[in-house]
Design a protein around this ligand. Structure first.
Ligand code: ATR
Length: 285
């Protein structure tokens, strides 16, 4: 009898490095909770072996995978069928098979949007001036999400201004760009601010911004979730601004993949969140 019948479908997260990924914890929690036979692993794939992994994924018994750094662009290129969102970002983090074809989606956009919908309902009614710090892959997903929610004005602030300009040009909406030197002008009257850089992550320097000129009802969020409350979010909170941490983005981006591979749409529950939070605390006492 094949593994698929005895052990159920098998999916994985693949990237390089991969040992730190909490995706197995999330998906295996849902499998157990929903009483579904199946498994979710971790597979280390430096970019030079990633194409071979994708070519042999099905024969190795995988029904699909999540893809993380540095392979998201390659994953997009190798897929047969791509969602509109994956096309927009030219990067994919979720792959699955349908009728023998490899499909690709980018669920970081959904992760970003649904996290805020859950934690700050109505947040998208306050997008008069949205400021995005950083211009990498995560920033691209967030620009797309903010365009979908019809932000009136988007400003991308990046250390390397050329990268901010390149990112802005990929979107039809008019998007402004600023270098870090002009960040105080960018933050003036901002109603929404998101950090998409690694600044503030454990082991990295903090993101230290002067938030005194932002709108008093601004929402501040971060994609960093280790630590859960970054010094940037802490400072915003101390100034009386609303904050949302980045963990929910990780949890919500996982939902569509699970549904494709295992056939049921899982929920991001308080229990799941507490379990991952506890793991973050254990790893970073
Ligand atoms: P991801 O795909 O996770 O977004 P990335 O593509 O490597 O990762 O993008 C990282 C972002 O963090 C970039 O905007 C980067 O700025 P540069 O384009 O100038 O490199 C930003 N970043 C990383 N370290 C930084 C630092 N020390 N100061 C300011 N910005 C930083």
């Amino acid at each position: 009898m094949s593994d698929l019948l005895t052990k159920g479908p098998r999916a994985c997260v693949t990237g390089h490095p991969i040992a730190h990924s909490r995706s197995p914890m999330i998906h295996n929690y849902w499998l157990k909770l929903l009483n579904i036979k199946g498994h979710y692993d971790r597979v280390d794939t430096p970019p030079d072996v990633f194409p071979e992994f994708i070519r042999t994924m099905a024969t190795r018994g995988f029904v699909g995978c999540n893809v993380t750094l540095p392979n998201k662009e390659l994953a997009y290129q190798l897929a047969d069928v791509k969602t509109e969102r994956a096309d927009k970002l030219r990067a994919a983090n979720t792959l699955w098979y349908e009728k023998g074809k490899l499909h690709a989606d980018n669920t970081d956009i959904e992760g970003f949007l649904f996290n805020l919908d859950e934690k700050a309902p109505g947040w998208d009614q306050k997008l008069d001036k949205a400021v995005i710090i950083g211009a990498g892959g995560a920033a691209a997903a967030i620009v797309q999400g903010l365009c979908e929610r019809r932000a009136s004005k988007i400003v991308i602030v990046n250390r390397t201004i050329g990268k901010a300009e390149q990112l802005a040009q990929r979107f039809s909406a008019s998007i402004e760009t600023q270098s870090f030197d002009n960040i105080s002008a960018a933050l003036d009257q901002a109603t929404f601010i998101v950090n998409t850089t690694s600044l503030g992550m454990k082991g990295q320097p903090p993101l230290d911004l002067d938030l005194s000129r932002v709108s008093h009802n601004a929402l501040v969020t971060d994609i960093v979730y280790v630590p859960l409350i970054t010094s940037f979010l802490n400072k915003a909170q101390n100034q009386g601004l609303s904050i949302v941490d980045g963990l929910g983005m990780l949890l919500h981006q996982a939902v569509p993949g699970f549904e494709h591979w295992f056939g049921q749409r899982p929920r991001v529950t308080a229990e799941l969140r507490e379990m991952i939070e506890a793991d973050i605390m254990r790893a970073n006492p």
